[in-house]
Structure formats: C-alpha cells, structure tokens
Design a protein around this ligand. Structure first.
Ligand code: ADP
Ligand code: ADP
Length: 228
C-alpha cells in the first residue's frame, strides 16, 4: 500500500535532512505506530504520503502510484484515498456533528442519497449515533475526536493517517479512541499513527517504526514504544 524507497528529504534552506535514506513497506490492512522524539521526522514521513512534499531523493509509492511523478491535478484523487486525523480535531465550529461528517462527502460531490445513508452509518460506527445534532463545542474531547475520525473515514479511504490523535485526551478516553481505530483497521483500512503515547503503543503490540534524526532505526512486528 505504501513504499518508501531510499527516501531522503531536505527542506529548503536547511542543512540537515528531515529524513535520511528511509526504506519501508507498509501492506494493505496493517496498523503501524510511528514513534520518535520531536523533530525525528514523523510529520515529514506522513506529509510525503499525502504528497504535501516530494522527496529530495528516493521514491514514495502509495497504492501503486509513484508520488514523485504524480501530476499536481491528480493529487486530490490521491488524498481522497487517505483519511487524516490530528491532535487538535479540526472540526467546523457552529456546524452540527452530522454536517461536519456530511461535508467530507459534499466536497467530493457525492449524491445526497449516499450522504443520507453513509453519515448515520459512520456516526454509528464511531459511537455517536445519537449526537448528530450536537455541535463540536458541546462535546467532550473524546467525542470531538470521534467526529474527526468519522469525517476521515466516511468515504471509506484505503489509508487512515492519525497524527497524535490521543495527544489532547486523558488515558481512559484515549483507550476508547484506540479501540475505534482498531475497529476501523479491522475493516481493512491501513492505519498509520504517529504518537508519543507509550502506554498505548505498549498495550496494542502492533508494528512499530521508529525514527531518530530522520533515520529509520527500528521496525518491529509487534513492538513496544521503547526498545525492549
Ligand atoms: P516530528 O514530526 O517527528 O516532530 P518533523 O518531520 O516535523 O518531525 O521534523 C523533522 C525535521 O525537519 C526537524 O528538524 C524540523 O525542524 C524540520 N522541518 C519540518 N518541517 C519543516 C519545514 N516545513 N521547513 C523546514 N524544516 C522543517
Ligand atoms: P468528559 O469529561 O467525559 O470528556 P464531558 O463532561 O465534557 O465529557 O461531557 C459529558 C457529556 O455531556 C458528553 O456526552 C457531552 O456531549 C455532553 N456535553 C458536554 N458539554 C455540553 C454542552 N455545553 N452542551 C451540551 N452537551 C454537553
């Protein structure tokens, strides 16, 4: 699903690369934790998958496409296959939960009958079936993140990228969010989650990829947050 082939990324006017010679394969349906201290290159890794940047050298493939050769006009089609979730939720304030999720399908030009079917089904999936008429500011942090996840997966993307999705949540709420991400992963969505949450990584025992100063220093099948 995702392949990095000897990828390095040097940002303009920087002297040290954000990623150095990273090679990795992530298969369809995998759940991968991306760990490493702040500045180790996690966001750069995720942004290359979204084609927010191109690699300086090396190649990134997503769903069979070489992103370095992808025309700009094809980038929206790439991003439709990738749902994104962030630490700070990024919901539309003043819009209901239903509208926040429906909007993701409206911008894709999906027909109304599909929206009427998919939005309630997705709110059900994330455990918010009875909160469609609430607004984000009326919801707890955990509920807001569930709305953000619903919005990210409502068009059934192949890949879900989550950048510190539990970073603003207390431990009990975080466990609920992880159960939800696990459920989404079991529906065959490839999940890549950047995190500093060692408790969660240690509990889930999924694949762990660790970056250190831009280098891939660890890739473990059922890893922990730290090297055991
Ligand atoms: P992480 O997500 O692990 O904190 P980043 O990928 O954000 O790491 O950063 C890796 C390195 O690249 C850091 O040294 C950071 O300062 C640098 N960097 C990140 N984004 C940019 C940018 N847009 N322009 C210049 N340097 C950047
Ligand atoms: P927690 O502390 O468990 O994260 P909250 O105490 O913030 O959650 O919220 C508990 C419940 O009350 C949630 O179901 C939330 O939707 C509801 N709620 C919280 N604030 C408001 C509000 N201002 N208006 C309506 N409902 C709210």
């Amino acid at each position: 699903m995702i392949t990095f082939e000897d990828v390095s990324k040097l940002y303009p006017r920087q002297t040290t690369p954000a990623l150095r010679h990273v090679s990795v394969d992530i298969d369809k349906g995998e759940f991968v934790f991306l760990v490493g201290v702040s500045g180790s290159g996690k966001s750069t890794f995720l942004r290359l998958i979204l084609r927010e940047y191109r690699p300086t050298t090396g190649r990134v493939f997503v769903a069979g496409k070489d992103l370095g050769r992808l025309h700009n006009w094809k980038v929206p089609a790439l991003r439709r296959q990738i749902g994104t979730v962030f630490q700070d939720f990024r919901l539309l304030p003043g819009q209901t939960v239903y509208q926040n999720v429906a909007f993701a399908l409206q911008v894709l030009g999906r027909p109304m009958r599909e929206i009427r079917q998919q939005v309630p089904a997705t709110l059900e999936l994330v455990g918010l079936a009875n909160k469609g008429e609430r607004r984000p500011e009326e919801l707890s942090g955990g509920e807001q993140q569930r709305v953000a996840i619903a919005r990210a997966v409502v068009n059934n993307p192949k890949i879900l990228i989550a950048d510190e999705p539990t970073g603003n949540l207390d431990p009990a709420t975080s466990v609920g969010i992880m159960k939800l991400l696990d459920r989404i992963n079991r529906r065959d969505t490839t999940v890549i989650m950047a995190t500093h949450d060692s408790t969660i990584v240690d509990q889930m025992r999924r694949r762990v990829i660790e970056l250190d100063k831009g280098e891939l220093v660890r890739d473990q099948k059922q890893g922990a947050y730290g090297n055991l």
